[in-house]
Design a binder for this molecule. Structure first.
Ligand code: GUN
Length: 282
């Protein structure tokens, strides 16, 4: 079994990004700037947002953290986004999800200018990925990070059977699009799927991100499968994934650890998207 070391790959990619950011400043006097908006105080969101801000600092991206109270009216949030849409010094805008219940998430996502939507959640960017447009604006960071991780370890996707467990707009659906575009055959399982093992057992690559600790067991995958664990669960003070790592490790060919697997790749891909926006490519 080989560990898919997302932490090490993310460090390598950060090093390259740091150089690129410096070159952009020296040659075009552009300092990439990302605005991260956090509404409320959800523990996981606070943690993720600070991890993103710290990663920006490591590569020289200017990160502005806008923290708003839980009760912030939707109109106020939309006004803030409108202001940053028009601020030419800002290249990327990200609103951390989930948002409080009184806010219409779709309305907020659609209020971000598509060329600043570094999460790739705006319908225009979703559509570009879905239709495999040659001009792909922003790829959603987690899906992009998984593709880069597989590519780094020379794990071919073309022609493979891939089971994705979790069909969210943030992870499962964009991942299915990227995998399909890369020539894989996809099974996209979700909360109503009667028996996910029917799909995972036959898959060459299994990607799981549903927020259920150790859901994927050894008997649910075939010998030599590749397992990509997107889950982040806190159990008894420890962070564990959706895959039963200990049970799976002697059966699979490759597996991501949690932590230090997909998570660091997500963050470095957000930085890549921000640099892409700053270069004026989006
Ligand atoms: N919440 C969980 N993952 C993400 C993400 O990738 N982007 C945003 N904006 N919110 C999230």
């Amino acid at each position: 079994m080989v560990l898919l070391d997302g932490y090490a790959l993310a460090r390598l990619k950060e090093e390259a990004l740091r150089q690129e950011v410096r070159t952009l400043q020296e040659t075009r006097h552009i300092c990439p700037k990302l605005v991260v908006v956090l509404v409320g105080t959800d523990d996981a969101s606070v943690l993720y947002v600070h991890m993103k801000a710290k990663a920006c600092a490591r590569v020289g991206i200017d990160c502005v953290l806008e923290t708003l109270p839980e009760q912030t009216p939707q109109a106020e949030l939309l006004n803030l986004l409108e202001r940053y849409n028009h601020d030419t010094s800002v290249h990327g805008i990200l609103v951390q999800l989930p948002l409080p219940k009184h806010v219409d998430t779709r309305r907020v996502i659609e209020a971000i200018a598509p060329h600043k939507d570094v999460d790739g959640f705006h319908p225009l960017n979703v559509g570009r990925v879905y239709s495999n447009s040659l001009y792909t604006g922003f790829l959603p960071a987690t899906a992009m990070g998984i593709m880069q991780l597989l590519e780094h370890y020379k794990i071919e996707v073309k022609g493979k059977d891939v089971a994705i467990v979790g069909a969210s707009n943030i992870i499962g659906k964009p991942l299915a699009s990227l995998m399909l575009n890369a020539g894989a055959t996809i099974s996209l399982c979700h909360i109503l799927t009667k028996d996910i093992s029917l799909y995972t057992k036959n898959a060459d690559i299994v990607c799981i991100g549903v927020g259920q600790p150790k859901l994927l067991k050894a008997h649910m995958v075939k010998e030599g499968a590749v397992v990509v664990d997107i889950g982040i669960n806190k159990v008894k003070g420890k962070v564990i994934g959706d895959a039963d790592f200990e049970g799976l490790k002697s059966k699979v060919s490759f597996i991501t650890p949690v932590p230090k697997g997909v998570g660091p790749m997500t963050i470095v891909c957000l930085l890549q998207n921000t640099l892409y926006a700053a270069k004026g490519c989006a």
